[in-house]
Design a binder for this molecule. Structure first.
Ligand code: TLP
Length: 338
């Protein structure tokens, strides 16, 4: 058996998506003339409660476009110390936007607005001005944790009080929404820009959607071209995104249920520890007594694929293409190698 728990990015498009892709009406999207892309963007803007949206090739590009639009070279931006932007985007903010990235602490997905306030810089002859606060929900490196709604509101209020913009990395925003049984707007109504990924738990082959005001999206469209992300008859991809928003959101609860089952079973085994409180959606971090790389290899030999992210930390992500039988098999393999 092969059970791929490395990431929800490994999901394949469903048969319904493939049909929609084959039949998609298309046009030149750089001219704004692809009807399928336009429809996806309208749906996304409405679901997230913003005026406009832009289909982009990846989540990384969505974050980097937002940073570019909201800043000037020499500005400072605040990102949490475990964020995707800081860890996995190749210093994009420095390279692409020329900004100083200033990390603030996050603890098991929790952020203290006081820490944001302490790091706020007002521009003068010596100091770069802070112009952007970035948030992440769900939080990848904290274990798929959900940004508490009251914390989101408090953080945005604090940032706005100082004239900062707020961008939300919502790669897995729908996981958070489904887990709490609320609309994604519960978070996005407070922020100036946000994106969600289609290519993770929602199973699309490619794509993310960035939302914001008309003015923000107009500028984001220019920056997308600058970054080489202007695609042409891309309705063939957007068509899968429409199917995803219609059919793949509610089923994310299944991924969460399976992540919990996996987490509880592994937590009971010697040599492994799981902080069950952080298992709120589809990500499970396992702390390993032995080197994580060794466990990763032993599991892989049995067909269970995971990622050793840190020397003693293994990441497991549940998704559409991992069913109950696959989860039980993975648990048996943990028992066997333990
Ligand atoms: N995350 C990937 C890897 O890059 C780590 C994964 O397997 O989880 N924001 C967040 C919170 C993400 O988790 C990711 C992807 C991105 C942005 C970037 O999205 P893509 O891969 O579409 O550029």
């Amino acid at each position: 058996m092969r059970v791929d728990l490395r990431s929800d990015t490994v999901t394949k498009p469903t048969p319904e998506m493939r049909r929609a892709m084959a039949e998609a009406e298309v046009g030149d999207d750089v001219f704004g003339e692809d009807p399928t892309v336009n429809r996806l963007q309208e749906m996304a803007a409405e679901m997230l409660g913003h005026d406009a949206a832009l289909f982009v090739p990846s989540g990384t590009m969505a974050n980097e476009i937002a940073i570019k639009v909201w800043t000037q070279p020499g500005d400072a931006i605040l990102v949490d110390a475990e964020s995707h932007i800081l860890h996995y985007e190749l210093a994009g903010p420095a390279v692409l936007s020329g900004v100083l990235v200033e990390p603030y602490p996050i603890e098991r997905g929790q952020i203290d607005p006081g820490e944001i306030e302490r790091r706020m810089r007002v521009a003068d002859d010596h100091t770069p001005g802070t112009t952007l606060l970035c948030l992440e929900n769900t939080h990848n490196r904290c274990g798929g944790t959900i940004l508490p709604l009251d914390q989101c509101r408090a953080l945005c209020e604090c940032a706005h009080r100082y004239g900062l913009r707020v961008h939300l990395d919502g790669a897995r925003l729908f996981n958070a929404a489904v887990a709490l049984g609320v609309s994604p707007q519960a978070w996005t109504r407070h922020v100036d820009s946000a994106f969600f990924a289609l290519s993770k738990g929602l199973c699309c082959p490619v794509g993310s959607v960035l939302v914001g005001s008309q003015e923000f999206i107009r500028e984001a469209h220019r920056v997308r071209k600058l970054f080489g992300g202007g695609m042409r008859q891309v309705g063939v991809l957007a068509a899968a995104g429409i199917v995803a928003l219609q059919t793949m959101v509610d089923r994310l609860v299944e991924d969460h249920r399976r992540a919990r089952r996996l987490a509880e079973a592994i937590a009971s085994l010697p040599g492994f520890e799981v902080d069950l409180e952080t298992v709120q959606t589809n990500i499970v971090y396992v702390h390993t007594a032995r080197p994580a790389r060794e466990i990763e290899q032993q599991l892989a030999a049995q067909g269970v694929l995971t990622i050793a992210l840190d020397p003693h930390r293994l990441r497991l992500v549940t998704h559409h293409d991992v069913d109950d039988a696959a989860i039980e098999y993975a648990i048996r393999m943990f028992q066997q190698i333990g």
